[in-house]
Design a binder for this molecule. Structure first.
Ligand code: AME
Ligand code: ZN
Ligand code: ZN
Length: 401
């Protein structure tokens, strides 16, 4: 049995903190991060835009803090588990030796995204230990509530003077591990767009042909949107198993909640249908919202756009020099077969882009089954360890760009 190294022990300690919704233990998490900062020799700030929702920032000062800084962002919260479905307890972070000799770390958050926060911490630890100087300030941002829309997290924090004071010039953010030897990076993402349609109609006895019912109003909407889902899926189906890389190019629609009715023999007065749309940056967001409003009106329903987004800026890397050159230099040094794709899900990078800062989501882990939000989430230890020098180089190259 290979000895557990200190970076793995610290990663496991981070995973053991139950920052799980609906009641994430942010206090213990902040204590852990501050202990890291003290050991490593980093400055720290804590911003609670909303009480109990800390954004923790750990900083390695550069030799010229007047230059634009570089940000390395990650979230500290994790999604809930169905514990009975796990082979290993999700908050023990067990280190398990596999038949191929590899070690895996099983825990909720191991992929999404404490592995990234841990790689940032270990990378900066190495930089400080070796006393390597860098020009720009490096800020590690640990944000809360990303998994629940970041309303009390980066969404609000990125609008504060404290965020502006960080003077960010470039942001490295959440990515996804790849299932092969390629590394994907994201300069844009689909807008997360939860929408609820409500139909109201006549009620009465379940034995009668009541007219103008809620069901008759909601169903055309549901049917049209499920058809839209199919049409958009058909556009990317030809990619076969690689379709997953092209999801961001189209808008997805999933009926995620449907409710109405109290008893079988009472015609319901209302029906509610909630869709999780992810709106591709390839279409006009405003036009899509108008389409949903028209669809509701045409069917005599009301519609609530639950998280109106305003804008969905895309990072144009050709306009993000000198950082872009440094970013690609590091990918090359680490022999990354890099591909730019559209992030199909939502990350906190959207708020940083909205603040006018170029942001790139990336995850250097290769050969992983994507297990974010799934049972038995794990990472392969050797890939985590390989990611540390990757981020070390990324920090130094960007901070000296
Ligand atoms: C919508 S806010 C929640 C964020 C979450 N992000 C990821 C990467 O899983 C999502 O896209 O559902
Ligand atoms: Zn995440
Ligand atoms: Zn997530």
């Amino acid at each position: 049995m290979a000895e557990e190294t200190a970076p793995v022990s610290r990663f496991r300690e981070y995973l053991q903190i139950k920052t799980v919704h609906p009641e994430p233990d942010y206090d213990s998490c902040t204590k852990f991060l501050l202990k890291q900062a003290e050991e490593i020799g980093l400055e720290h700030q804590i911003h609670e835009c909303v009480k109990g929702k800390p954004v923790v920032i750990l900083t390695s000062k550069g030799t010229d803090s007047s230059e634009k800084s570089v940000l390395f962002n990650s979230h500290t919260d994790v999604v809930p588990v169905f514990e009975e479905k796990w082979n290993y307890p999700p908050f023990e972070a067990q280190r398990v030796k596999m038949e191929d000799g590899e070690y895996r770390i099983y825990a909720r958050g191991s992929q999404d995204m404490k592995v990234t926060g841990s790689m940032y911490l270990e990378a900066i630890r190495e930089i400080k230990k070796s006393n390597i100087q860098h020009k720009r300030d490096i800020h590690l941002i640990f944000g809360p509530d990303e998994e629940i829309y970041s309303t009390d997290g980066l969404d609000v924090f990125t609008k504060t003077p404290e965020f502006a004071k960080l003077n960010g010039g470039f942001d490295i953010d959440e990515g996804a591990p790849s299932f092969n030897d390629e590394t994907w990076y994201f300069t844009s993402e689909r807008i997360t767009c939860p929408v609820t349609f409500t139909a109201t109609g006549k009620t009465g006895h379940g034995s009668q042909f009541i007219e103008d019912t809620a069901a008759e109003k909601i169903l055309p909407i549901v049917n049209e949107l499920l058809q839209l889902r199919q049409t958009n899926l058909d556009k990317i189906k030809h990619h076969g198993p690689l379709m997953i890389l092209h999801q961001g190019e189209v808008t997805s629609a999933n009926l995620t909640m449907l409710s109405g009715g109290k008893q079988p023999n009472v015609v319901p007065a209302t029906y509610e249908a909630t869709f999780d749309f992810r709106v591709t940056p390839n279409i006009d967001y405003g036009e899509f919202i108008q389409y949903l409003k028209d669809l509701a009106a045409r069917n005599g329903c009301t519609v609530v756009i639950k998280k109106p987004a305003g804008s969905n800026p895309v990072t144009n890397l050709s306009e993000a020099e000198p950082f872009t050159t440094s970013f690609h230099k590091v990918l090359k040094k680490h022999n990354k077969k890099a591909h730019e794709i559209i992030m199909p899900a939502a990350t906190d990078a959207r708020f940083i882009r909205r603040a006018g800062i170029p942001a790139v989501g990336i995850n250097p882990l290769n050969f992983h089954k994507l297990l974010a939000h799934d049972h038995n989430e794990y990472i392969v230890e050797s890939e985590f360890l390989k990611g540390i020098p990757f981020y070390q180089d990324m920090m130094i190259e960007l901070a000296n760009a």
